[in-house]
Design a protein around this ligand. Structure first.
Ligand code: A5P
Length: 239
């Protein structure tokens, strides 16, 4: 009999829980909410479910099947954009955050839906533990969602831009497919000196459906530092 595998413990669990709970302060009855994906957003969805059970009246647009399933289980009513294209607030996690609230997202693979839902919201509130703060974006790989037919072309274009490119695999070792059926290329730049210029280049590259640079989108970032939750707001977007 092989020994049981030890449970995987997330060292940032408490920090994620703290920001997830803090985000509830921005949610009020009557709101239409975007519900992000990833472990931090999932803690927020669970906390939100608890408030719905206590009488909070909101509806949510989920950014992934996984979040939708979790939200349904938590008793959160879900809608889609056919009921209206504007959302009051989207709450999501991120993989990197810089001092200007520019983000890298998509390590969880949901970046396309996440960007659509973030863009539909009046406010984008991002929840991170302190380990996600960076001086300059690019410490981790930038996820890029690509149409399979274009993979070699996009790969070459990214390599010309200086990235080391890996096609994402699923945990079973097969090529990872997003919810929309695309591939993800993880582009490691080491450091991204001009995120705006890179974003413009990627936006103009045929075959790239979306990329994980979320610039000028976040209105507020809640960061768990030690036992505190600190709030970062953009000087030009103080909401
Ligand atoms: C999902 O595609 C991502 O954009 C997540 O928001 C990001 O990976 C953060 O995930 P965690 O909260 O699990 O760190």
């Amino acid at each position: 009999v092989s020994p049981a595998k030890p449970p995987v413990v997330d060292p940032h669990f408490e920090a994620k829980l703290r920001v997830a709970e803090a985000s509830l302060a921005y949610i009020h009855t009557g709101m239409r909410l975007g519900l992000g994906s990833g472990s931090t957003a999932e803690l927020m969805v669970k906390a939100l479910g608890r408030e719905v059970a206590r009488g909070l009246k909101i509806v949510g647009v989920p950014t992934s099947r996984r979040t939708a399933k979790l939200a349904r289980a938590a008793g959160i009513p879900l809608v889609d954009f056919s009921t209206g294209t504007r959302l009051d607030v989207t709450i999501d996690g991120a993989d990197e955050v810089d001092a200007n609230l520019a983000l890298i997202k998509g390590h969880g693979g949901a970046l396309l839906y996440e960007k659509i839902v973030a863009n539909a919201a009046d406010q984008l509130i991002i929840l991170v533990d302190g380990s996600k703060r960076v001086q300059r974006l690019g410490k981790t790989a930038l996820p890029i969602e690509v149409i399979p037919f274009a993979e070699p072309c996009v790969r070459e274009a990214l390599e010309r831009l200086g990235a080391v490119v890996t096609t994402r695999l699923s945990t079973s070792g097969r090529t990872y497919r997003t919810q929309a059926g695309h591939l993800i290329l993880d582009a490691a730049f080491g450091s991204i000196p001009d995120a705006q210029a890179l974003s413009t280049t990627l936006d103009a590259t045929p075959g790239i459906v979306e990329h994980g640079l979320f610039l000028d989108m976040a209105t507020r970032v809640l960061v768990s530092e030690g036992r505190e939750v600190i709030t970062l707001t953009h000087p030009e977007r103080p909401r």
